[in-house]
Design a protein around this ligand. Structure first.
Ligand SMILES: [Zn+2]
Length: 512
């Protein structure tokens, strides 16, 4: 009986060229190797499963290859082969999560005191290095202060901010980015082809999006789906394994929303919760569907993560609604994600978010009304102020925050997109996009603050700004708007509009 080797292991890149989505990392290391600028300590940071340990082993090979140090390790010499197999005596892999005490670091000191047994360097790969104790960090610092010439440390970590500054300053820091969903999906498709099993485009996309930029997680999910579905991996098999609703449910929900049928939409959301599945997952799929519709509205040929059998219905829907309206619905849906992500009772939050989306035909009428266009049965407001009810007015392009959320969504960072979607106000200060987060719950503010790097990367990619800053004070506009808001809230016509349509006051602004 032959054992099954998991895909992540079998397809672990053995050459720098095989790495997916880490071009900057690879170029940096290759340049360093070519110019023999080799640091004594490296810190590889980034999300789990994006290639840190893989690159650490490749770097060890590059340093110890018989033909090295080289930017292209041969992969064939004894040293290269032993490192690939994890059996090289000169390359030590330690997991700080399990060996975090001072004794292990003393052990480490003894190990680094000895010369390499056969190769050029002793390479110490310390995984999850942020989990070292304070004492262990102190001992490591002692080593790094006067590193022996034959020792190279490679620290890998998902939490760079937990390292003492003294350690950071002695490491060459290399940041690993989350791998874009499209690259992960393409890699899955490539592997499926080589392994000769069927993987639909939509299934690869679903797996890539569900695992948020981690290739290792994507491969292990693919292992699980294969174990369940055999040689034919399609969207429904993936959905079943990860507990997503069947696509038919997502489509039914969308059809209820499209026709403005609030009762049907809410009852679908409730049924999903009662079935024991996660209602939040249904909502997430709905957001993905809206995103797909938006893409289809601009290009009916674009591939989507949904089953091919429903494609023509989706294209028809997308073309009929058009991209401006779909953009607004997606913005509204992303705001709902913020609500769902931060809610204690997910079912209730999903009901509210779905209910708001289902009201969109009425919101359209309120907007028309507020813009001064005649709408039957309700008198136009006489206030000189304009108020928008939950959705931005038709002439307003997507807000800065909305564009950033859309960029994150496109990168596969769904949770973060939801959080940015709940930011009410954003402004540009030179090259910096400032998110005004004063009004958000503390937990959301913290998550946003901790994701500043990722936010900046998304803003940069979407050509919005060079960096993002999270401002946690109350915004000047909020303070200024307060008076105006009170005035609008007490306006009889506005009151009546809100009463008739069951809406709520979103943002308030003065017309110039
Ligand atoms: Zn070699």
């Amino acid at each position: 009986m032959t054992g099954y080797q998991v895909l992540a292991r079998r397809w672990r890149p053995q050459r720098f060229d095989d790495l997916v989505g880490q071009d900057v990392v690879v170029r940096t290391l290759r340049n360093a190797l070519q110019s023999k600028q080799i640091a004594h300590a490296y810190l590889f940071s980034g999300l789990r499963g994006v290639g840190k340990t893989t690159v650490a082993r490749l770097l060890a090979k590059a340093l110890n290859c018989e033909k090295g140090p080289t930017s292209e390790p041969c992969g064939e010499c004894v040293s290269c082969r032993e490192i690939a197999a994890g059996s090289s005596l000169d390359v030590l892999e330690m997991d700080a999560a399990s060996t975090r005490g001072i004794d292990d670091v003393r052990e480490l000191r003894d190990v680094v005191r000895n010369l390499p047994i056969r190769d050029r360097y002793r390479v110490v790969i310390l995984d999850e290095a942020h989990q070292l104790t304070k004492d262990a960090f102190a001992a490591l610092l002692k080593i790094l202060e006067e590193p022996p010439a034959h020792v190279i440390f490679i620290l890998a970590s998902t939490e760079k901010d937990k390292f003492p500054a003294t350690i950071l300053s002695r490491c060459l820091q290399i940041d690993f980015r989350p791998i874009p969903a499209d690259l992960v999906a393409a890699r899955l498709a490539h592997i499926a082809e080589k392994e000769a099993f069927e993987l639909t485009f939509g299934a690869a996309q679903l797996i890539a999006r569900a695992t948020e930029g981690s290739l290792r997680d994507a491969l292990s999910l693919l292992d699980r789906v294969r174990a369940f579905a055999g040689e034919m991996v399609d969207e429904n098999a993936v959905a079943e394994v990860i507990g997503l609703p069947p696509f038919e449910t997502v489509l039914a929900l969308w059809q209820a929303l499209e026709s403005g049928n609030v009762a049907a939409a809410l009852s679908l959301a409730r049924a999903e919760e009662q079935s024991g599945r996660d209602a939040g997952a249904l909502y997430e799929q709905l957001v993905q569907l809206l995103h797909a519709l938006l893409l289809l509205a601009t290009d009916p040929q674009v591939p989507t993560a949904f089953p091919a059998t429903h494609r023509s219905a989706l294209v028809e829907s997308a073309v009929r609604l058009g991209s401006p309206l779909l953009l607004r619905l997606l913005t509204l849906a992303l705001e709902g994600k913020g609500l769902v992500a931060s809610a204690d009772r997910v079912g209730v939050a999903v009901a509210v978010a779905v209910g708001r989306l289902a009201l969109w035909p009425r919101l359209q009428r309120v907007e028309a009304l507020l813009a001064g266009e005649p709408v039957s049965a309700v008198p136009p407001p006489s206030s000189s102020s304009s108020a928008s009810v939950t959705a931005p007015p038709p002439s307003t392009p997507l807000s800065l925050g909305g564009r950033l959320a859309a960029a994150l969504e496109a990168m596969g960072a769904h949770l973060l997109a939801g959080r940015v979607g709940s930011v009410r106000e954003a402004r540009l200060e030179g090259e910096t996009l400032v998110l005004c987060c004063g009004a958000l719950p503390a937990a959301t503010r913290k998550s946003l603050r901790e994701a500043t790097d990722q936010l900046s990367a998304a803003a940069h990619q979407a050509r919005l700004a060079s960096r993002v800053q999270v401002d946690e004070n109350g915004s000047p506009t909020q303070v200024r708007d307060q008076g105006l808001r009170t005035r609008v809230e007490s306006d009889e016509d506005v009151k009546r509009v809100l009463e008739v349509f069951g809406g709520r006051l979103g943002s308030v602004e003065e017309k110039p």
